[in-house]
Design a protein around this ligand. Sequence first.
Ligand SMILES: [Zn+2]
Length: 300
Amino acid sequence: MFLLTCWHQIVYPGGSGKTSAARIFAAALNCLSHKGKNVKKPCGECQECTLFFARRSRDVKEVDSVSLNKAENLRYIIKNAMLPPVSSSFKAFIIDECQLMQGSTWSTLVNSLEEECHRIIFIMITPDLSKLPRGEIHGSQRFHFPKIKESDIVQRLEKICLEEGLDYDQNALEFIATRSNGSLRDGEMTLEQLSLLGKRITISLTYELIGIVSGDELLELLALALSPDTSNTVKRAAELMRSRIDPMQLISQLAILIMDILFGKFHEKISDVKRQFFERHTCEYTCITLTLYINPWYHQ
Ligand SMILES: [Zn+2]
C-alpha cells in the first residue's frame, strides 16, 4: 500500500487547495494519455479523465472520514480496496479531514491494507498533522500546503464580484480576506452569504454577518465606559450583545482596541468618531501617552 498524506501545518480550516490538489493528483495517476510517461497533469479528455471529472469513476472514491469510524463502513471500504481497479491503473481513496478518524480506525485500515498490492492509494487530507497517529502515518509521503496570501484572496473575491455583478467596498473584501485565515474557501463562502443579504458588499454588512462590532461602535462604547454614565454603558453593551455579538467576542475586541490605543496604532486613518473620542478624553489620552513615554517597554 502507498499511503499519501496531504497536510497543512497550521491549525486552520481548509481552502488552501488541498482537496482540489488531491483530486487532480488522483486523476493524473489514471490519465491514459500519460501511460508509461512521467505524469504532470491529467489531460481532461481521455476516458479515465472524463469518468473522473463527471464523478462517475468507479476507481476513485471520496470517503467521509467520520463515517469510517463505523465498523461496517470501514469493512466495506477495505473490501472495496482489495478488489482490483475496474478500468484504471490505480484505485484511489480521497479522505478529507482524516484527523476525525479514530485511532482504531487508522490501525484497522493501515493493518488491513499493509500486505496489499501497490495499486491502491489513500490520499489523506488534514489541516492538523499533529492529530494523526504517528505510527500509522510513518513512511507516508507528505505535502505541505501553505496558507493563501490575503492579497491573493482579495484578488479572487474582486474577480467573483465582477463576474457576479456585485458592487463592493474594497475595505470589505480586505476584511473578509483577513478573517479567512488563508482559506480561499472560507473567503468565498463569506462573500456568497453577503451577496444574499444585499447587492453591495459593504464593511457594515460584513461586520453584521460575521458578528463583530465596528471600530466606531466600539469606540463609542469605550467612551461611555470612561464616562460616569454607568447605566447607559450597561444598556449599550447589552444592546450590542442582544443584536448580534457574542459577549466574549465583544470583550476581545475591546481589549484589542485598548491595546491599539496604548501602542498608538489607533491614530491611523482617523475618523470623526475617533477625533471626538480623543477630544472628549484628552486627559485619559495624555495619561496613556505619558505612560508610553516613561515606560520604554511599550515601545518594544
Ligand atoms: Zn486523461
